[in-house]
Design a protein around this ligand. Structure first.
Ligand code: APR
Ligand code: PHB
Length: 389
């Protein structure tokens, strides 16, 4: 088997890359370890930056997003009982779109089906070969048989637990990591959202987030110790704890119902440099992870894809390799800015087990800056909507 670009991983990064390259006449094969149903069953964040919305339109996957997504022009943060509003549109002229990652993934699969792109699912033992030589190729098993895929380039879109990043030699690769001492317990419920915009709450009992997917589907989270297990949290226990962490007048409006999904996710900041090694390029979670606090994970992944797809198109169309040569450095600039934003919002809004009175004062000063300073609100809004990254 031969293709121009072999793509490892069929999450949002791999699917969008395949979509943009195919539309430019470049051949791709996507190798995905799981089934399509499994990939579509994962519940992830649901906030799209303005630039992500534009990119999905360019890829011809914007129609349902515009019909069913919900534009938001701001969000709330709380400091115990105080509600602080940041109006993104007033502060920086942009907004965000509330549209679940699961829906983005579904739209990408549908678009890929329409153009007849090649996806191989349930592949095992993917291995990358000759990354700095003349014959880059991927080997893998499918249906009990071994296969070889020859190609010009390999793109690792295989997420944090994938194999691509590990193919970069250890003496070349540098990893940076911060693991946070808590997780997020999240539930999805078919109830009306608490407010028309998201609420990020800093409460003495810990962080809570009120988010949503649509007028009858809410997504709520609370900070929990890493030692907590999902079995420990009944729906009632979740609602009681969530209610306590919202300002009293907001909590009074909470409509509860059975959860239709419930999970605990750890929080981590992680960056691996470089994002290119010979014929291998990394995109998305394969190279970096951010805590979900700023909803940057999907947006950052798709920003990598924007950069790399343009560089690959220039390579194949015009023989221009400058974009490929600059890809790693350019992508990492945005990555580090988003890592800083996600880390700083995480630090401002959670209660850390090792924080003391001094740390708490720092949080209060930062939150009050958002309440009182146009400049602080603008900086937050530019990062949240992505225009300033
Ligand atoms: N071989 C083939 N496929 C693999 C392998 C492997 N060895 N390892 C992982 N994969 C697949 C996973 O099954 C998954 O479908 O790669 C895909 C990676 O997808 P994501 O983890 O969703 O990463 P990405 O596409 O970069 O999307 C980033 O999505 O996962 C969220 O939080 C993340 O919001 C961020 C965004
Ligand atoms: C979500 O809706 O799942 C969500 C929204 C915003 C975040 C994180 C998660 O910052």
């Amino acid at each position: 088997m031969r293709t121009q670009v072999a793509i490892i991983g069929g999450g949002p990064s791999g699917l969008l890359l395949s979509q943009l390259l195919n539309r430019a006449g470049i051949g791709t094969v996507v190798l995905e370890r799981r089934s399509r149903e499994y990939v579509l069953g994962r519940v992830r964040a649901g906030i799209l930056e303005a630039g992500t919305v534009d990119l999905l339109e360019q890829a011809d996957v914007g129609a349902r997003m515009h019909a069913e997504g919900h534009p938001h022009r701001g969000c709330y943060l709380t400091d115990d009982q105080q509600m602080i509003h940041v109006d993104f549109t007033e502060s920086c002229g942009e907004g965000v779109m509330v549209y679940g990652q699961t829906e983005v993934t579904r739209d990408l699969y549908d678009a890929q089906d329409r153009i007849g792109a090649t996806h191989l699912h349930q592949v095992d033992n993917v291995a990358l070969h000759d990354l700095t030589g003349d014959a880059p190729h991927v080997t893998f098993d499918q249906g009990g048989k071994g296969h070889r895929l020859d190609c010009d380039m390999i793109v690792g879109c295989d997420g944090f637990h994938g194999v691509s990043r590990l193919a970069i030699p250890e003496d070349v690769r540098r990893d940076y990591e911060r693991v946070y001492p808590f997780g997020w317990l999240g539930i999805l419920s078919e109830t009306p959202p608490l407010r028309d915009e998201l609420i990020y709450a800093n409460h003495p009992r810990g962080f809570a987030l009120a988010s949503m997917r649509n007028p009858m589907l809410s997504r709520y989270y609370i900070q929990v110790p890493l030692t907590d297990r999902i079995e420990d949290w009944s729906d009632d226990a979740f609602w009681d704890e969530f209610r306590r962490r919202m300002p009293d007048d907001v909590a009074a409006d909470l409509v509860t119902g059975p959860s239709i999904e419930k999970s605990i996710a750890p929080l981590r900041s992680f960056v691996s440099e470089p994002m290119r090694w010979g014929h291998l390029f990394l995109c998305g979670d394969a190279a970096h992870i951010v805590p979900p606090t700023g909803a940057k994970g999907l947006n950052l992944a798709l920003a990598d894809v924007r950069l790399l797809s343009a560089a690959l198109i220039a390579h194949y169309r015009d023989g221009d390799d400058s974009g490929l040569d600059e890809y790693s450095a350019q992508a990492l600039e945005r990555v580090w800015r988003a890592v800083r934003f996600s880390w700083s919002v995480t630090t401002m809004i959670h209660r850390f087990p090792d924080h003391d009175a001094f740390d708490r004062r720092m949080q209060q000063v930062e939150l009050q800056a958002l309440a009182t300073s146009d400049t602080a609100r603008r900086l937050f809004a530019e990062c949240y909507t992505g225009v300033g990254l």
